[in-house]
Ligand binder design. Structure first.
Ligand code: NAP
Length: 209
């Protein structure tokens, strides 16, 4: 059982929180509005907690950052003193305000920027999965991939287990620098699903022999 602090109670934060709580993990929902997080915690399950971003970050052995991309850097900086040295999953996407195009990339990534500002053991993960897939990660008999990367082995092991517990296939993409590839990959998914009117319940799968 892992203690997970969730920063942001939107679609991904509440969705993954539900999934991990059902898998037996201790979840603390953090919100800009502590009452909203407490109500969500009470609704999701007995024994779960809710409060501020800071309280959630303090609670977690691992912290999930799931705020909009445009505020990810600022929010992480505000929590730096609490998350320093902790495992932190960054699932934010750096999509520009139009929803298409990236505002960070090629020579760095949001995950690296967050690691630099906070000193947290950052793992990029779950950013290439759409929220609709959380309900059923198996499509046509294939388990959807969750790509993850990071520089700290312990943080990566914790993340790998949480990916498995959410029902996805973990794919280790190596060091945190690989987030420079994972962040644009989410852009491709958004382009296909929203820009080209594709299916929403789609996910990436790495094939090989
Ligand atoms: N939706 C998806 O399918 C999906 C998939 C993969 C990755 N992502 C990425 O995951 C992140 C969260 O996505 P989401 O769909 O869960 O978004 P969302 O539903 O809009 O939720 C984001 C949450 O972040 C908090 N927030 C909003 N504005 C903020 C601000 N200015 N400062 C600090 N916190 C703020 C809010 O939580 P509180 O109200 O609790 O404060 C809000 O509910 C984004 O970076 C997104 O690109 C999304």
């Amino acid at each position: 059982m892992t203690s997970i602090g969730i920063i942001g109670t939107g679609k991904m934060g509440s969705g993954l929180g539900r999934v991990w709580a059902a898998a037996g993990h201790q979840v603390f929902f953090g919100s800009r509005d502590a009452d909203k997080a407490k109500a969500l915690a009470a609704e999701v399950g007995a024994g779960l907690q809710g409060g501020t971003f800071e309280q959630a970050a303090e609670f977690g052995d691992i912290v999930l950052l799931c705020v909009p991309g445009f505020t990810a850097e600022e929010t992480a900086q505000e929590l730096a003193n609490v998350v320093r040295g902790k495992a932190l999953i960054d699932l934010t996407n750096v999509m520009s305000q139009t929803g298409f195009g990236l505002f960070v990339g090629t020579t760095t990534s949001m995950a690296e920027i967050i690691a630099h500002h906070t000193g947290a053991k950052v793992v990029k993960a779950f950013n290439t999965i759409h929220v609709l897939n959380l309900a059923n990660p198996v499509i046509d008999g294939l388990r959807a991939d969750v790509y993850y990367c990071g520089d700290d082995d312990t943080a990566k092991s914790l993340t790998k287990q949480l990916i498995i517990d959410a029902g996805f296939e973990p794919v280790d993409c190596g060091p945190l620098q690989a987030a420079r590839y994972l962040e644009p990959l989410a852009g491709l998914w958004i382009h296909l699903a929203f820009g080209m009117g594709g299916k929403r319940e789609t996910a990436f799968k790495l094939l090989g022999r």
